[in-house]
Design a protein around this ligand. Structure first.
Ligand SMILES: *[C@@H]1O[C@H](CO)[C@@H](O)[C@H](O)[C@H]1NC(C)=O
Length: 173
């Protein structure tokens, strides 16, 4: 008897805490499991390194590093892909500003690659060695603060392609 009262009290407390947290846009950090630095000049780390991943990101260079608001960012990345990325592959992206979750969304990976014109890549993307370059403009309107990003990409069969994470601080002008 006593046990179930205590248990249900705890469950209620946990549930209302979770609700309150989500109301305020807070969320329980779900830290990526083990991280490993990616060679090159960038704040990016490979995450979930204890999971098998079909993309080995061998190098990422950002110019400038760290990225600056109101400037163009040049991204050069290299990697070895061990499986073909098929239509239906997806990417879960989470972006936080401090503890506030700004974005937590799943995107169609093939659509994103086409829309952002990453060196004309189109699904299916065959196994092989890739070197990609992309310039993106970071708007000066981006609010200052500490941003953290986790991106996990999966193939259509839910096999993990990669997990990337990193933090960037945009200081106030
Ligand atoms: C970024 O590059 C584009 C062309 O590549 C240029 O038109 C634009 O002015 C650049 N922006 C900044 C902030 O340097």
């Amino acid at each position: 008897m006593r046990f179930s009262v205590v248990t249900s009290y705890l469950l209620c407390a946990a549930a209302s805490y979770a609700n309150a947290a989500s109301l305020f846009g807070l969320s329980f950090p779900e830290p990526p499991s083990a991280n490993k630095p990616i060679p090159g000049d960038s704040p990016l780390l490979q995450c979930d390194v204890d999971q098998s991943q079909s993309l080995d990101v061998t190098q990422v260079n950002l110019v400038p590093n760290p990225p600056q608001r109101g400037e163009n960012l040049t991204i050069a990345a290299a990697g070895v892909l061990q499986t073909t990325i098929e239509e239906g592959a997806y990417i879960d992206i989470e972006v936080r500003l401090g503890y506030i979750k700004l974005i937590s969304q799943t995107y169609d990976l093939c659509e994103q690659l086409e829309e952002n014109d990453i060196d004309g890549l189109k699904c299916p993307i065959e196994e092989g060695v890739y070197e990609l370059n992309k310039i993106v403009e970071i708007p000066s309107e981006v609010p200052p603060g500490k941003y953290s990003v986790i991106a996990r990409a999966y193939n259509v069969d839910d096999e993990q392609i990669t997990c990337l994470t990193g933090e960037v601080i945009f200081p106030a002008y």
